[in-house]
Design a protein around this ligand. Structure first.
Ligand code: NAD
Length: 247
């Protein structure tokens, strides 16, 4: 018997990085987990690792019909949902002066609209006492060049952790946020040229009080804590950044 035996969880963007580590932790502790993502190949590879307690649903969080289909799968396969980890996101970096409307719209469609409607569509299936965890970022309280769109989107999610909690608490559902610092998941390499990513990573390590990146597993532990164990915590943001924004 694991700590989360009998519990059902959805992890959006659960095919890689922080989402996959969280799905793994939950499965290891006995939960049934539904992961989502846009790439079937990524989801298939993740399922091989996660085993029989996991299922995958392909879909784009920015497309509301995909979220409706996800909600139907949750209803059919789980009945009710005990934890929702809203993790899917992209980290496009754009200098303010040259940010295009297309880049702005894509980032907000996935990171903000996608997160908002993921919660709205799955909320009817959340059980009493369920936990929702939104994935923000330390970027939401920092002024880092080229992150103006990304950081603003994460700040919007930080705000939603408070306002959505207000509307869901009458059903006993808590909404909180986990705010990762730098975690080496390949997200930086996807967002910038390799050399710039290496330079950025070296700067992050040098400036971090713990002189290292966080691991996906460390964020997963915080997300699981907020979703299941933090039963008197609502509307909060748990920062997991080696102290970078706190010390
Ligand atoms: P990642 O790229 O491994 O994970 C993101 C996941 O989201 C991927 O599986 C991807 O397929 C999925 N995804 C992206 N767009 C999607 C869409 N439209 N529909 C469905 N799925 C989609 O990167 P990660 O570092 O694990 O990031 C996970 C979350 O953590 C993101 O929200 C990110 O902004 C946040 N975060 C990461 C860091 C970091 O340093 N890695 C720091 C702060 C916050």
């Amino acid at each position: 018997m694991g700590k989360y035996s009998g519990k059902n969880a959805v992890v959006t963007g659960g095919g890689s990085g922080i989402g996959l580590a969280t799905a793994q932790l939950l499965v290891d502790e006995g939960a049934r987990v539904m992961i989502t993502g846009r790439s079937q190949a990524t989801l298939d590879a993740a399922l091989e690792r996660l085993g029989a307690h996991a299922v995958a649903v392909r879909g784009d969080v920015a497309a509301l019909p995909d979220l409706d289909a996800l909600a139907d799968r949750v209803r059919d396969e789980f009945g009710t949902l005990d934890a929702l980890f809203v993790n899917a996101g992209i980290a496009t970096l754009t200098p303010f002066a040259t940010t295009t409307e297309e880049a702005y719209d894509e980032l907000f469609a996935i990171n903000v609209k996608g997160a908002y409607f993921t919660v709205q569509k799955l909320a009817p299936h959340l059980s009493t006492g369920a936990g929702v965890v939104l994935t923000t970022s330390v970027a939401n309280v920092m002024g880092v060049p080229e992150t103006s769109v990304y950081a603003a989107g994460k700040a919007a999610l930080r705000s939603m952790a408070r306002s959505l909690t207000r509307e869901l608490l009458p059903r006993g559902i808590r909404v909180n946020a986990v705010s990762p610092g730098p975690v080496d998941t390949g997200v930086l390499e996807a967002a910038m040229p390799a050399e710039a990513a290496e330079q950025f990573k070296a700067q992050q390590v040098a400036g971090n009080p713990m002189r290292r990146f966080g691991t996906p597993e460390e964020i997963a532990g915080a997300a699981a804590f907020l979703a299941f164990d933090a039963t008197y915590t609502a509307g909060a943001e748990l920062v997991v950044d080696g102290g970078a924004t706190q010390l």
